[in-house]
Design a protein around this ligand. Structure first.
Ligand SMILES: [Zn+2]
Length: 169
């Protein structure tokens, strides 16, 4: 089932999320919905708070559905390591229409539970490392614009306020 994606301005996006206690059938359904919603958007990743679920879960697929092996669903993820630096344009399904250059690690290793509840370690470089960091930020209530310097961030927020007033956000 497709779920509506919350946009900047919704308080769920700026609050930290809770760890998952147990992988229940309800939780499995949420993960299915997140995957479907991410592919339909389309996007490279989606975190549970973006669909209004304040839990530590994200899904990513840097192939955007082209490679079935590239799909990763992580429950209660944590960083094992982050190294290096990359500077690329980045966007977010919760901030549609806006992109900005964000500093991210070049290489990131995370561990968490997979959908079956087994511990899994995943290693990402380049786009996948960026996606890991972007989605982990969502789980802590941070959006990519929070990494921008004042002027750039203010400009985006001003434009979004204008869109909100016009009923277009
Ligand atoms: Zn995002």
């Amino acid at each position: 089932m497709l779920r509506p994606i919350l946009r900047l301005g919704d308080s769920i996006l700026t609050e930290p999320t809770q760890p998952v206690d147990a992988i229940t059938p309800e939780l499995d359904k949420i993960i299915d919905d997140m995957i479907e919603t991410m592919y339909a958007a389309p996007g490279v990743g989606l975190a549970a708070p973006q669909v209004g679920v304040p839990l530590r879960i994200f899904v990513v697929d840097p192939s955007m559905g082209r490679d079935p092996a590239a799909l990763i669903a992580m429950v209660n993820p944590e960083f094992v390591s982050r190294e290096g630096m990359q500077l690329e344009e980045e966007g977010c399904l919760s901030v549609p229409g806006f992109n900005a250059t964000v500093v991210r690690p070049m290489h990131a290793v995370i561990k968490g539970l997979n959908r079956s509840g087994a511990e899994e370690v995943r290693e990402g470089r380049e786009l996948l490392a960026r996606a890991f960091q972007h989605e982990m930020d969502h789980l802590d209530g941070r959006l990519f614009i929070d990494h921008l310097r004042g002027i750039k961030r203010d400009m985006i927020l001003r434009r979004i306020r204008k869109l909100t007033r016009a009923g277009k956000w």
